[in-house]
Write a protein that binds this ligand. Structure first.
Ligand code: FES
Length: 81
């Protein structure tokens, strides 16, 4: 999950390129500037708000989204059933 202000975005920790985990250290998912989610394996960059890959070997692939929202500083999973 990545929080930006009052928004939170959730994605499965799996790169669409090979299925590898994205984090380069435990719970570290963003690039140095904090602008993109970065894959630790081949450096693909994903937009935080859409999960779409904008750079790397899987351009235009998307991370699998997990529907979440913030409610009184808590992250709520908005999963059907
Ligand atoms: S495994 Fe993520 S970019 Fe290759």
């Amino acid at each position: 999950m990545v929080r930006q202000g009052e928004r939170v975005y959730g994605y499965v920790n799996r790169c669409p390129h090979t299925g590898a985990p994205l984090d380069w250290m435990p719970d570290q998912f963003l690039d140095a500037e904090g602008e993109y989610i970065i894959c630790a394996v081949h450096g693909a960059l994903f937009e935080i708000d859409s999960g779409r890959c904008v750079y790397g070997p899987c351009v235009n692939s998307v991370l699998e989204a997990i529907p979440v929202f913030l409610l009184q500083e808590r992250v709520i999973l908005d999963w059907p059933d």
